[in-house]
Design a protein around this ligand. Sequence first.
Ligand code: BEZ
Ligand code: FE
Length: 300
Amino acid sequence: MTAPAFTPEDTGYFTEENSADVVIGRMKTDDARFREVMSAVIRHLHALVKEVEPTQAEWMAAIEFLTRTGQICTDWRQEYILLSDTLGVSMLVDAINNRKPSGATETTVLGPFYVSDAPRYDNGADICLDGKGAPLLVRGRVTDTGGRPVAGALLDVWQTNEDGFYDVQQKGVQPDMNLRGVFRTDAEGRYWFRSVKPRFYPIPSDGPVGQLLDRMARHPYRPAHIHFIVGAEGYEPITTHIFSPDCPYLHSDTVFGVKESLIADYRQVDDPEQAARLGLPNPFWTVESDFVLARPGAVG
Ligand code: BEZ
Ligand code: FE
């Protein structure tokens, strides 16, 4: 009598051809979303390996890279987020989760330098606590998608100093909470504050992600920007930036965060009278930036 002919699917024997199906077939979970996600992970991972056909040494190098990426993580250093950022995955997840009706302000990455308890200020305050840098007046309005002002919206802002460092990167050099603050829009939806012109800076590049960028012949710089989280009761909050148009890295952001609509109009003003009225040294910079909030669940 001849042995029955089992297919690899019957037996679960693993072959190069059916590899992903066999691994997916072992899952017994009832969690439909988890099954969907893990099936896709397994399918794409096997397809990647079949496309690349790594040597054993190359595969071990990949595992060692991921090991080093985990080992450098601490409470304040998240190398996997940097990996996701520099491979464009953070911006892709952001895009998928922030499809907004047309007219709503576009979003971009949060980044690792946000601090949740920045000081609350009245409009007009100066968030530059050490007086260093080119003076800048930032102002604009928050409206809904119909152009109506949103009064009482909160704008949480943070940025680098003129040397391209956040306060949290220069403890003891910059005052704590330098170049951060929370502002509230007035009855017409307006906000305004004083600051200094931000500078481009490298993302942390002394670890595995920096080495990977190097191997890909990519620089680690982010173009100059000011971060904003803008929110108001009854609206979807937005996490975004405004970028300086004159920055040399504007078109090669290492985390792909630049969108055309987020490039702001910075102007240099040389007008001693206006400077005195605004409480700024002359000359100074201004940038005007409006934000548009959408209602929850609104999709374009
Ligand atoms: C930031 O803009 O602060 C940032 C974003 C992604 C990675 C590193 C820094
Ligand atoms: Fe930043």
